[in-house]
Design a protein around this ligand. Structure first.
Ligand code: GAP
Length: 490
């Protein structure tokens, strides 16, 4: 993870937001390479999920919508996480990600240990218990350490559990629900009636526009509405770089189906479709997994996450939920507008049910960075490279004249660069040793380098094409170059 974060900063992929003022927790800025990577991810998703499918339409709804939407969707009432505060350090934690256990020696409690959730917390908790026993000079058998999260603590235990910040008990508050929506004010007057929210998901903008799409388009069941856009959550503990941030982008689809359709089969089809798409843009199968939710939200019939092996453990990447007709029914009730659709084929009117694949752009970007990051050796020298799929790579190709001080080489190379640039994001690099220039391109994940040398201008016009992953070089004509680049980008 450290290597990825360092590379992101060094090469201009991702910066901490407001860095010159010491940063701003949970917010990030995407630099020249990061913005290309992000755009390529969104373009690939849009092309495959919207343009290449006859049953899905696009949408771009506003970020700030009527607060009534968030009342109807249940977000005002219930979009919250449990939190716990340390009154001494002023630190705040997610109560369900903060674990504790009594330490027992010979069945007698000698104190409590606490630990923040991570993959190794059981081992770390056992080591901490051992240390407590040793330090206190207790003799006897240490009991098993049974970790529970703070929401499961008995009120009598709040005073006994040590704060992760100070290591001392007595400063933790009871767990409280914390609504994750950011509030803002709309309009010149400022009173409680002007409160609005920055959307915490793009999905509600889809439900709010469902009627418009049905009335103005030529959709028929089953069909989907797709949207890409910013979402905001006042996460209690933003962490793991861009994995959980307070401002992020989502790519969501609401796929509307008949209430009588075999929703389980359609749900499974969507899970497979999402997994195949991830494979197609370069995530390796062995890093993907599934998490079938057992605990479901009251409106959900099923939810499966596609997970990814991040450097900090296996975590949710893409949630695919079967949400019944909960949202449309809520909006029908709260807005008083009908949400039924007339199904021509079935000759029936109903409120459709939905399958909802919901993916975070930033989280996918982190997964792609993780999967692409590679270290190997070339000619006895260590190199780090990003093995991005060509569709995702910020630059598709780089053009390098072999020597900077030979005008005829530079001129010919620049002519090729100008032609390539019209079709692909192309990098121009004329300075430095050729090996160093290749290495620079490897590190930002450019799949191909095209070198123009004396054979190009004096012999047959062919150029040297170098492959990033294998470092193999071959001579190709300009025609062959375009064919290869076009084929790799689809
Ligand atoms: N409309 C359903 C919905 O929003 P979610 O599981 O809360 O469901 C969907 O979010 C996806 O959005 C997640 O799988 C993840 O990829 C991304 N996501 C959610 N919260 C995020 C955060 N704080 N930072 C980055 N990505 C996030």
């Amino acid at each position: 993870m450290d290597a990825i974060v360092a590379l992101c900063k060094r090469r201009g992929f991702i910066f901490q937001s407001s860095e010159i003022y010491g940063g701003y927790n949970g917010f990030f800025d995407f630099g020249p390479l990061g913005v290309e990577l992000k755009k390529n991810i969104k373009d690939a998703w849009w092309k495959d999920m919207v343009h290449r499918r006859a049953d899905i339409e696009g949408l771009d709804s506003s970020i700030i919508m009527s607060p009534k939407i968030w009342v109807a969707s249940g977000h005002v009432g219930g979009f919250s996480d449990p939190m716990v505060d340390c009154k001494v350090s002023k630190m705040r934690y997610r109560a369900d990600q903060f674990f504790f256990a009594p330490v027992r020696v010979n069945n007698e409690t000698i104190g409590y240990i606490s630990i923040l959730e991570d993959g190794k917390m059981q081992a770390e908790a056992e080591a901490a218990a051992e240390k407590m026993k040793r330090k206190g000079g207790h003799q006897g058998e240490l009991g098993p350490i049974e970790l529970k999260d703070y929401t499961e603590a008995d009120p009598s235990e709040y005073e006994l559990i040590p704060s992760p910040a100070t290591g001392e008990p007595g400063s933790l508050t009871p767990p409280r629900e914390f609504n994750l929506m950011f509030e803002t004010k709309v309009g010149a007057l400022s009173d409680s009636s002007d409160v609005a929210y920055l959307r915490p998901e793009t999905a509600q903008g889809i439900f709010a526009n469902y009627r418009n799409v049905v009335d103005t388009g030529r959709v028929k069941i089953p069909f989907g509405i797709a949207q890409i856009g910013k979402a905001f959550r006042n996460e209690i503990t933003p962490k793991n770089f861009i994995f959980r941030s307070r401002e992020f982008e989502q790519m969501e689809i609401e796929y509307f189906i008949s209430p009588e359709a075999d929703w389980e089969a359609i749900h499974q089809d969507w899970i497979a479709c999402c997994q195949n798409w991830l494979l197609s843009i370069g995530l390796p199968e062995e890093m993907l997994g599934r998490d079938v939710h057992e605990k479901l939200a009251h409106y959900a019939r099923a939810c499966t996450d596609i997970t990814f092996e991040f450097p900090f453990g296996k975590q949710e990447l893409w949630g695919i939920a079967a949400r019944s007709n909960f949202d449309l029914t809520q909006h029908a009730e709260h807005s008083g507008k009908p949400m039924e659709i007339f199904d021509e084929a079935a000759k029936k009117k109903y409120i459709p049910h939905v399958i909802e694949p919901s993916l975070g752009v930033d989280r996918l970007l982190l997964a792609l960075l993780t999967a692409a990051y590679t270290e190997d050796e070339v000619g006895g020298e260590k190199r780090s490279l990003m093995k991005f799929h060509p569709r995702i790579a910020p630059y598709k190709v780089a053009v390098l004249p072999l020597l900077k001080n030979k005008p005829e080489l530079v001129e010919r190379a620049h002519g090729i660069y100008e032609k390539l640039q019209k079709r692909y994001n192309t990098f121009w690099d004329a300075s430095g040793a050729i090996g160093r220039r290749y290495r620079r391109m490897d590190e930002i994940g450019t799949p191909w380098c095209v070198t123009i040398d004396f054979d190009t201008i004096e012999k047959d016009g062919t150029v040297t094409l170098r492959d990033r992953d294998t470092t193999e070089q071959k001579r190709v004509t300009e025609e062959e170059l375009y064919t290869l680049l076009d084929a790799s980008l689809h």
